[in-house]
Design a protein around this ligand. Structure first.
Ligand code: SF4
Ligand code: FES
Length: 366
């Protein structure tokens, strides 16, 4: 006799192992049936139950007790029962509640996507587009925090944090000694390194990849490129660190490697953890064996720069005007930004406007 149990989500029935959560069962079905998840992370023990974006309606508890559950439940933390019936996108209550959750998450989240390095791959940005409302009813000042430097590689923007705890679990479960956590409670709660300690252990770079928003970003990539202008390729190398999987994603523009991240699956979760050395110090294509272009979801803004099997419009301007067009303006003649001789990927920290200043200008300013 099969020991699988049956669960129906949005009218699709699937058989799963006992102990599976509703969210995991929905992921097995895939597509729109799967609730969004901002805090749950299948590779991090104890994650989930913090953000409420994965709320679903249980319209039938189980075969034995068919009563519906009175409240919406967090699908990442609720196990399936035999005969359970769940509604996600087929429930107007869920759609309405999710709008409310997004509005709550955005109460304190700054709308600084135009300058945020996470823009284009931010789960909260996607969630707001899919489930958010057009405006906010919030009239008060947003939370602000003292700026804190948490080390040479990672930048913390506490105002963007949604307190999902993923980074805390990464530090707890992946690194030898956790030095950061959530301090205070309620509206004052913040991610911080206790006593200003820097996070400098060898796997801490993974907090950047698990952060669903732009609260933790890579300082070595900061302000150097928009992610949709770069082209991701999958690559690997023989890393000496036994805990590092050595399989990464290189975000390239031309020959330059602007950023190295872990590879992520279709749920936005890291496939294998990588060490700081691979992430922050192997920024040359020759450090890696490039496997080929990353398959990017076509709904992602990153796919706008995709380059496999694309058809380019033929250039006909010279045929129309009968000669090679003369450039009216070479931007480099008039602007100090984007000088072709400045290699952004080689600047060790974040890029600033003074990286483009002419040497003489610098002298004058000093
Ligand atoms: S910093 Fe990012 S990963 Fe950490 S709790 Fe905040 S949102 Fe989550
Ligand atoms: S993903 Fe379930 S509560 Fe956050």
């Amino acid at each position: 006799m099969s020991d699988k149990i049956k669960v129906t989500i949005d009218n699709i029935t699937i058989e799963v192992d006992p102990g599976t959560s509703i969210l995991e069962a929905a992921r097995m079905i895939g597509g729109d049936v799967t609730p969004p998840a901002m805090c749950y992370y299948s590779k991090l023990e104890g994650s989930g139950g913090k953000c409420r974006t994965c709320l679903v309606e249980v319209s039938k508890g189980s075969e034995k007790d068919p009563r519906p559950m009175p409240k919406l439940v967090a699908s990442c933390r609720t196990g399936v029962m035999d005969g359970m019936e769940v509604k996600n996108i087929t429930s107007p209550r869920v759609i309405e509640a999710r709008k409310g959750v997004v509005e709550m998450l955005l109460i304190n989240h700054p709308l600084d996507c135009p300058v945020c390095d996470q823009a284009g791959e931010c789960h909260l940005q996607d969630l707001s587009y899919e489930h958010g409302t057009e405006g906010t009813r919030y009239e008060f000042d947003r939370r602000t925090f003292e700026k804190e430097d948490i080390g040479e590689y990672i930048s913390l923007h506490m105002t963007r944090c949604i307190l999902c705890y993923r980074c805390v679990y990464v530090a707890d479960q992946l690194t030898e000694n956790r030095e950061h956590g959530i301090l205070e409670r309620g509206d004052h709660a913040e991610i911080s390194t206790l006593l200003g300690k820097n996070l400098n252990n060898e796997f801490i770079g993974n907090v950047i990849d698990v952060c669903p928003v732009g609260a933790l970003t890579d300082k070595t990539f900061r302000f150097k490129n928009r992610v949709w202008f770069t082209k991701p390729v999958d690559a690997h190398r023989d890393c000496n660190n036994p805990k590092c999987c050595g399989k990464a994603r290189l975000w390239m523009r031309g020959e330059e490697v602007y950023r190295v991240t872990a590879r992520k699956d279709k749920w936005g979760e890291v496939e294998g953890w990588i060490c700081n050395d691979c992430r922050f110090h192997k920024k040359s294509a020759s450090d890696w064996v490039v496997e080929g272009p990353t398959k990017v979801d076509r709904h992602s803004v990153i796919s706008q720069g995709h380059y496999v099997n694309t058809l380019q419009q033929p250039k006909i301007i010279d045929k129309v005007i009968g000669k090679e067009p003369k450039l009216l303006l070479d931007i480099h003649d008039v602007s100090d930004v984007n000088k072709p001789n400045v290699h952004l990927s080689e600047i060790p920290g974040p890029a600033h406007s003074d990286d483009f200043e002419k040497k003489d200008d610098k002298k004058l300013n000093n």
